[in-house]
Design a protein around this ligand. Structure first.
Ligand code: AKB
Length: 311
């Protein structure tokens, strides 16, 4: 049986780039993009697209049967900053969409699931530097609690029901083609847009707030590599630590200044500072490197060059 893919949340920051890549790898007819609303963009216009509510089990089941889906990428979620503003809905969306997909795999209607976790599973009591795969995890955000709980359920469904679910703890993701949607790491995308348009940026995190980050190309490659790896190599069924770059707002600003010397940055931390302070500064991803041969390509300098060129 050939691979037929359903992406739920295909119009979001990661979903958009993932859909383009999967379509180029598997062919337009084998990749069904879906989202809660129909935007007028390439995702909708250049391939198969369906409107789907990630909270509606019957809708998802119907699509899976209609298109004989084998693999689901569940990208729909409320991110950290938005989730703090609407905790009940964030919990509902982040947890129940996952249960729907896990239960469809348990019922053998699909073969494989990709579900994204996040560095938000860690909390203020976690060791901050080079955070290990296995460590203290006491998340203090709704988003982090939902991701931590989701990880436990993924592992449970794998061990008890044999569900082939694979997951990565994404750091902050940076891309030029899609805007981020409601995260704490979003500043690292905004800063490039504002540097080019206005030559200045007011950052909502403080100067020395180091966070783990990654260029989107690396994140998409990691997602596809973990999904294509032979099942026996995926030893961790909660979620893998994944690391690319780690930098502070001051460091990214200094890198941008190399290309736009007149660029200036100022700092006005808001409620997102507390979220950022509870997360790691850098991540140890040696397990992903060992188990399925993960390697990142982009550093701060090469990412900045690409971002400024494309934007
Ligand atoms: C966020 O900032 O909420 C996300 C994440 C790190 O998961 N980018």
């Amino acid at each position: 049986m050939s691979t037929k893919i359903l992406i739920i949340g295909a119009c979001g920051q990661i979903g958009t780039e993932l859909t383009h890549k999967l379509r180029s790898l598997y062919g337009n007819d084998n990749v069904i993009a879906s989202d809660i609303r129909k935007l007028n963009n390439d995702i909708v216009n250049k391939g198969i697209f369906e409107v789907v509510n990630a909270l509606d089990y019957n809708q998802i089941e119907h699509l899976i049967e209609q298109y004989q889906i084998t693999d689901v990428y569940l990208m729909a979620a409320l991110l950290s900053a938005t989730a703090e503003k609407n905790p009940a809905f964030a919990w509902d969306l982040n947890m129940n969409s996952l249960f729907h997909v896990l239960n469809l795999a348990k019922a053998k209607k699909i073969k494989k699931i990709f579900w994204p976790s996040s560095i938000a599973v860690f909390g203020p009591t976690t060791p901050k530097d080079n955070t290990p795969q296995y460590t203290i995890m006491e998340p203090t955000t709704v988003y982090g609690i939902s991701k931590q709980t989701g990880e436990r359920w993924c592992e449970y469904y794998h061990h008890i029901y044999g569900v082939d679910v694979r997951s990565i703890r994404y750091p902050g993701l940076i891309s030029w083609s899609t805007e981020p949607g409601g995260g704490t790491t979003d500043y690292a995308v905004d800063i490039y847009h504002k540097a080019l348009k206005e030559g200045k940026y007011e950052c909502f995190l403080s100067e020395q707030t180091a966070l783990p980050m990654m260029y989107m190309d690396d994140a998409i490659r990691a997602t596809i590599e973990i999904m294509q790896a032979p099942s026996e190599l995926i030893k961790i069924r909660s979620s893998y630590n994944l690391s690319g770059i780690s930098f502070t707002p001051a460091e990214i600003a200094a890198e941008i200044k190399k290309h736009i010397p007149e660029f200036t940055i100022s700092y006005k931390p808001d409620f997102r500072q507390k979220i950022a302070d509870s997360w790691p500064a850098s991540i140890d991803d040696s397990m992903a490197r060992k188990d399925w041969n993960w390697k990142h390509k982009f550093d701060l300098a090469s990412m900045t060059k690409e971002m400024l060129e494309h934007l």
